[in-house]
Write a new protein. Structure first.
Lengths: 134, 134
DNA sequence: CTTGACCTTAAAGTGCACTTCAGGGTGTAG
DNA sequence: CTACACCCTGAAGTGCACTTTAAGGTCAAG
């Protein structure tokens, strides 16, 4: 059994994040010892790590709550989990597409811009003000 | 001269966004007509479009304030603008790298996951709880 | 016996870019 | 005359995931 500081370190999150997850219902309220300190089991720490890992691959805390209830649901199948992962994969791909478009526009612009010359003749500013698209 | 509704439509933003930009100092407080309605010049609308376009390629409103002051600065050069664009390009590339890593991990996991089988044996959940990395 | 690192709580603040709300005035078409 | 779309203000709310603040209690080392 670890106190909150060590459990947080093990889970790779901050102490405040631990209390936040508890408040949000992502981790169960842990038992307390005599002085009122929270005490975490290895299982609880594993759950924190689960949350952290899931976040690292793009799941929001809301998504993670859903994943955790799936984990607790004996009627749920591996395919349900895979569906969530695929959906997230799609969302991330969408973001990458948007960012890549931005990236390409910026690259075009920086290539078109001479370092010299007044801003009044800057092709980037021109592009930002024009009526048409791009 | 357009009232706020038309100016917003021309600029591609909401009326509320227009007032917000004004409050944030990104667009000058416009003249008002007799009834107190804001009246926007073609120049003002161009500035709104500038803000919108810059946002669309990833600049924050803070960045845009910086760009706009560059535009007003006779001592600034095209190279200064290009530097801002390059910096933003780098930031976007960083985000793409992070998202691509997430994407790849999720793709690996969804490939490893059989649709059948209980969640207790789900390789995705295994990966989320394990001690080691990936 | 004090210093310092730890723990407790509830509530408020952060960043970003708005959006919504409450409560009102204006202008025109039917 | 009344409906309706438009305009005004200031303040509060949104989403996300915390972080910070204020005001304490606990515990081991020196």
């Amino acid at each position: 059994m670890l106190n909150i500081g060590k459990a947080a370190r093990e889970g790779g999150v901050s102490v405040e994040a631990m209390r936040y997850y508890e408040q949000q219902g992502l981790i169960a309220a842990p038992d307390r010892d005599a002085n009122g300190y929270r005490k975490y089991s290895a299982d609880a720490v594993r759950r924190v790590r689960f949350i952290k890992r899931a976040q690292d691959v793009g799941f929001t805390l809301r998504d993670i709550g859903d994943l955790l209830s799936l984990q607790a649901d004996s009627g749920a199948s591996c395919g349900d989990v895979r569906d969530r992962a695929r959906t997230k994969l799609g969302e991330i791909d969408d973001k990458i597409v948007v960012l890549t478009r931005m990236r390409d526009v910026l690259a075009t612009w920086t290539d078109a811009c001479p370092s010299e010359g007044p801003v009044s003749e800057c092709p980037i500013f021109d592009a930002l003000e024009r009526d048409d698209e791009t």
